[in-house]
Each structure stands twice: as C-alpha cells, then as structure tokens.
Design a protein around this ligand. Structure first.
Ligand SMILES: [Mn+2]
Length: 417
C-alpha cells in the first residue's frame, strides 16, 4: 500500500507580521498535485493542521477544503497536534460532507481507522494525538513521567493493532509526538528541555509505518517511520530546511520504502546581513522571498527600514535589525539607557519610596529576580508565594480587612503551548 504522509501545516501562522495564507495555498495545491500523481491508498496528516485551537474562519475553511479535496482521491486521516483543538476535531468528525471521507483522531481511545486497499487488503491505523507533558508528573520528575506516559501510549497502540489486525493487514501508527534524537530546525531557547520531554526511541513499536508530526524538519526515525515536517518554512529557524512530503510503500511485516517528494511552493525565508550597499548587491537572491535584514554600520532609525526596502525592492522585508558597529573607547557615546541603574535598583527605589521595607521588600525583590531570570531563559514563571504590593511591614497594607476576608487570587502559569 502507498501512504502519503503530511504534517504540521500550521494554517493561520504568521511569520512576524506577515500572513502565510498565500504560501499555504500554493503548497496545498502542490501537495494535491503530488497526491493526484501518486494515487495513494491513504493520506495521513500527523497533526498541527491549524496553528491555533481557534483558527480564523478563512483558515478553518482552507483546512477543511484541502482535506475534502485530498479525500476525493483516497481516505484521509488526521491526528490532533498540540496546536489543534481536540473539540474542533471531534466536531469536524461529525460534519456531513467531511466526516464520510476524513477521520479525525482527537484521543488515543478513538477506534482504529480501517482503510480498504485497492489490492483487496486493508490497513489499520492507530493514533496518538499530542499528549501534553504538563499532565505528567511534577516539576522534579516530569521528564521521566512523560517518557513513561509516551511509552505506555506507544505500547497501547501497538497492542491494539496486534489485537485487531489479521495476518496481511498493514499496521500504521499516526502520532504527534517528539522522539529523542530528533533534529530540531526550531532549536528552541531550551533545547535540553525539549529533548528531555520526548519518547524513548526504543519505545517506538516496530510497525509497517510510523507517521509522526511535531518536528518541523523532515527526517527519518530509524527505518520504520519519519516526521513529514512542515511544508513551508514557518519561521527563520526553518529557513535552511528542505521541505518535503513522504510517499511510503508499506508492506506487512517489512521495512517501509520511503520516497521523499520535495516541495518547492511558498516563499523562501532569507536573512541578509551587511551594509546597505551589500544588501543592494544581494537583492537578486531575495526576489519573492520573505526577508530579514541585519544592517551593519547604521544607527537604528525609522528611515532605515525604508532604505532597506529600497535596497531590496522585490523582497518582502519582514524584519530590519540595526547591528550597531563596534565602537572604540574614544568615540563612545552613551545610549539613552546607558549609565542608568539596573532595573532591580530602580524597583527598590520605587518600593522604598512607596513605603515598602523589611522582609516584604526582600521578598518582592527576590520575586523580581526570579522573574527576570525566567525571562532571560525564556521559561515560564510561577511564583511559589504571592507577595502583596503596598504598605510596609508595619504599615497599613499588613492589616487591611481584605487580608482576612479575601485571600489574593494566585496567578496561574500559562500551560497552553
Ligand atoms: Mn507543529
């Protein structure tokens, strides 16, 4: 059987402030052409069809129409990614005109999808929609608990396939998960954490094909599966990726044969760096591209963006960064914030002027340092205690009536990815 494996479209995504709708339309048309040529028995989309749990109406329609067009060729199966909404998937799975040809996996417990094949055989598809790591363990054992959870889900999927498959059936897994060892194009601010929140490669069952989503750089996982990857570079960290879809011949009990079909549609993302003259010389390579310009030898100024756009007339310039020249000690001019006290000192002055003192002052400044540290490392921050602003330790803030009657509500950490 032939499987066309797709993933991570992220319909609705913007790159900085630029809509990618035109790129998505172009690459969906390219994928439809590939599907028409390849005549697969099954199309698997391994998740993150949309960029947000509540896609805009245009993007909702763009996704549903793409699935409907693909389903005109063969059965289509979609797994819920971390950006998708399980409840939207459940709703679409009941929508007349869509549900007849497209199955949406919103939960591990959804029944296996059975697909009749042209050669008279059949394929069984098990699914693992994205399991959120925040539902596994606590802060100290989260990585181990999540790894155990993923192993349990992978084992459960393999078990169901073994139980329900007859000899000769192709056993397929479609999942939106991260397996340790993946090459991230989007080298996150904290790649160690991303790597720790992943499945053990040894937990991957040996099936006839494992179609994964979540990692945006297309790549194989051992000899049994792959990440299809995103079809267009979604941000500048993906600029160097070679995007593709996977056309897989899966045979019962055998290693799948994978052909990657390169995708060319959609605007490339290009970063150019140098002085204005250098940028102008490189203009030909930026024609039709989404372009980030790092300009050297210039001061940041509103007019700089206009000069960059003049230098790169046929690029879509989405970001201009002035990279200031190294200065010698002699010609140093202080910038507007240079020489000012650090923020923590300014905060201390402000709080002291407001009457805060003693242990409360120390606690507030400590929280501020924790918050600043979390921001430096792009981590979530959840205070383990709430320190009230206002009033010194002996001041009126300490004994206000609201302290007894209404405990302060705690902010909750954002858990939505
Ligand atoms: Mn994704």
């Amino acid at each position: 059987m032939r499987v066309l494996h797709l993933a991570d479209w992220h319909l609705g995504r913007r790159t900085l402030r630029e809509s990618r709708a035109a790129d998505h339309d172009a690459v969906i048309a390219e994928i439809l052409d590939i599907a028409r040529d390849a005549r697969p028995d099954l199309i698997v989309h391994a998740g993150d069809l949309w960029d947000s749990a509540r896609p805009g109406h245009d993007d909702l329609l763009r996704g549903v129409e793409a699935l409907r067009d693909l389903a005109g060729l063969c059965p289509v199966h979609v797994v819920c990614g971390n950006h998708d909404s399980p409840s939207l998937f459940r709703a679409l799975g009941r929508l007349p005109g869509v549900a007849e040809h497209v199955s949406f996996a919103a939960s591990d417990d959804d029944p296996l999808r059975t697909v009749p094949l042209r050669d008279g055989g059949r394929a069984l598809v098990a699914s693992i929609p994205y399991p959120h790591p925040n539902r596994s363990g606590g802060p100290d054992d989260q990585a181990a608990a999540y790894r155990a959870d993923l192993a349990r889900r992978l084992g459960g999927a393999a078990e169901r396939l073994a139980r329900e498959a007859s000899p000769g059936d192709r056993r397929i897994l479609a999942a939106h998960i991260h397996v340790a060892g993946a090459q991230l194009s989007n080298a996150a601010a904290d790649p160690g954490r991303a790597e720790s929140l992943s499945a053990d490669p040894d937990a991957l069952p040996r099936l006839d094909y494992v179609a994964l989503g979540h990692i945006h750089r297309p790549q194989p996982i051992g000899d049994r599966g792959r990440y299809a990857g995103s079809p267009v570079p979604l941000d500048f960290s993906e600029a160097g990726d070679r995007k593709s879809v996977a056309l897989v011949t899966a045979m019962p009990g055998d290693v799948p044969r994978v052909e990657t079909v390169p995708l060319a549609a959609g605007r490339p993302l290009i970063t150019v760096q140098g002085g204005i003259d250098e940028l102008a010389r490189r203009a030909p390579e930026t024609v039709g591209a989404l372009c980030r310009a790092i300009v050297t030898g210039e001061e940041p100024a509103a007019a700089l963006a206009d000069r960059v756009r003049d230098a790169l007339p046929e690029a879509r310039v989405v970001e201009v960064v002035a990279s200031r020249p190294e200065r010698g000690a002699d010609d140093h001019e202080p910038g507007p914030n240079e020489g000012a006290a650090p923020l923590s000192e300014l905060l201390r002055d402000y709080l002291v002027a407001d009457g805060v003192s003693g242990p409360r002052l120390d606690r507030l400044l400590g929280r501020f340092e924790d918050l600043a540290e979390a921001a430096r490392h792009e981590r979530d921050y959840e205070p383990d205690e709430l320190v009230e602003l206002g009033g010194g330790d002996e001041g009126p803030g300490e004994r206000s009536a609201t302290d007894e009657t209404a405990p302060p509500s705690r902010p909750t950490a954002g858990t939505t990815p």
